[in-house]
Write a new protein. Structure first.
Lengths: 312, 312
């Protein structure tokens, strides 16, 4: 029986591992089928993790994290978790893809979320080298430069407004001629002088060189095309929350979720189920920043420790 | 008119400064009368800030933070803020102890909280070198050692339980013979084999040498004394929230507070007042960890940016 099972090995999971083990829980396993570190390891540069300066990549940032946790006894199991359930006696079961199962007193789920790709040529090749899905993370790298934003929903428009304060110009590329967003957000976008709307347009290809992106080619509804010179392309066409592990056999979720599939939490990262915590990008209102995910992981861990304490 | 005024220069304030400036707000001032860095700079060692490893002090940890922010344009003003108010037009006023005033579109308050001292001899001298007010931070340094806990309230008992999982023994020193805490917390403390209750006892002096604390002398109600050999003493006798800047002329607070004087916030660090955010140890349910305060600061900053965007 584990004291705590941590599902996912990004910044939230690693910090949860650091705090649970350092807080005296003896049997803690972090389940992560790949290398720990999370999505940030795909970023070529990160400069907004507080206290870590200099030109470092997301991979560089995350290198010390697993070792820091393992020093306090965190175990990393390279398994894929398929389902987390809770028995009537309050014990959690962790089902894995190899058919085996673990039991745990408490569970911290931090499986993150995955931004959808728009599907244009070059998107994967240049991801992290000019193609980004996070304005907060990468916008500043294009200060006083021009960028393109792909999408027409709330997030795309809000991120375009964010980028417009940093960049000289934002091309907002959307496949329709109207936006699916709050009216006053649309109004603000239309009133922002350095946002150019590129409507009825589908991104076809991002082009670039060894240094990264140099431009994007879009094709319009009338089959004409346009090339836009930009060193940065931001894609906001939706987000998949990695919540599959919480889905039960009958299709319901183990705990309360938002309409967007994120886990509902309070300030302590408690879910609607006692002993179950969520942390990082999969939880409601997640700011999707490394330092925030890490903070979540610490809070959830402190709760899991107190919970295990009362249930042994 | 400032885009954002940040009150306080600990991990929350510095991270708020990093994210607001990097997010394109041009006029951001962090008001901090002393050196930036916050309370953690008094700790002789920190090993639970994710990604930063090795034997480093709290001061070492915080050294790169101000420079990281200033690179993006954050200004640090060494002033003492006495009051934050909000005019009818929605503009915030920042009153300072020298009588001058600033105006700001948004405000992030992160003035922290100050653990109370118990008042025994040697408490200040050995603070950060054996005397601590944070079990989560410093408990692990006493793994498989004995420690003393001073206090009889909820926090003292919960922290004693936390320490009991790490340390071989916890002496719980309390001036009365009963505790002011939840009945089941008291029950758990009494049922924990390695917690020894030292009741009707007042700590008189912490003694030590150049390496740190070696023991504590307590005096009982009947005037007898006892010396306890411990390398660590944890003091939990209350907490002062540094909320004075939010107090208005009529004695009311600018925004909604908890009964304990902490600022009520939601997951986005929004207070009850539009444009006013709280971050770090002064907000409700704060876990009082550097990484959590930093995460708060980032979230509050992203909100302040979006708010300024809609109010210019």
């Amino acid at each position: 029986m584990l004291d705590c099972a941590i599902i996912g090995g990004g910044p939230a999971g690693l910090t949860a591992g650091l705090y649970t083990t350092r807080g005296g829980l003896n049997k803690v396993v972090m389940f992560e089928k790949g290398m720990p570190g999370g999505q940030i390891t795909m970023s070529s540069e990160i400069e907004n993790y507080p206290g870590v300066t200099g030109h470092i990549s997301g991979m560089d940032l995350m290198i010390p994290w697993p070792e820091q946790c393992q020093r306090f006894g965190l175990k990393h199991e390279m398994s894929e978790v398929t389902r987390v359930s809770r028995r009537e006696d309050g014990v959690f079961t962790i089902q894995k893809s190899d058919g085996s199962m673990d039991e745990a007193k408490s569970v911290i789920v931090c499986t993150g979320s995955t931004p959808k790709r728009a599907g244009f040529t070059g998107e994967d090749t240049f991801f992290g080298r000019g193609v980004s899905t996070c304005a907060t993370c990468d916008g500043f790298f294009y200060k006083n430069k021009e960028v393109a934003v792909i999408g027409g929903g709330d997030t795309a428009l809000e991120e375009a407004l964010y980028l417009a304060k940093i960049c000289t110009k934002v091309y907002l590329i959307h496949r329709r001629d109207s936006f699916r967003s709050a009216p006053n957000t649309i109004e603000r976008v239309k009133n922002t002088a350095n946002i150019e709307l590129v409507l009825n347009a589908i991104p076809e290809e991002v082009v670039g060189d060894a240094m990264g992106v140099t431009g994007i080619r879009v094709v319009f509804n009338d089959a004409t095309t346009r090339h836009i010179d930009v060193p940065g392309v931001f894609v906001f066409v939706g987000n998949n929350v990695n919540n599959q592990v919480l889905m039960q056999e009958d299709g319901s979720f183990l705990c309360e979720m938002t309409p967007w599939g994120e886990v509902k939490v309070d300030l302590s990262m408690k879910t609607s189920v006692p002993g179950l915590y969520a942390a990082g990008d999969m939880r409601a209102e997640a700011p999707k920043q490394v330092v925030c995910a890490a903070g979540d992981g610490a809070v959830a861990a402190l709760q899991a420790i107190a919970y295990a304490d009362g249930h042994h």
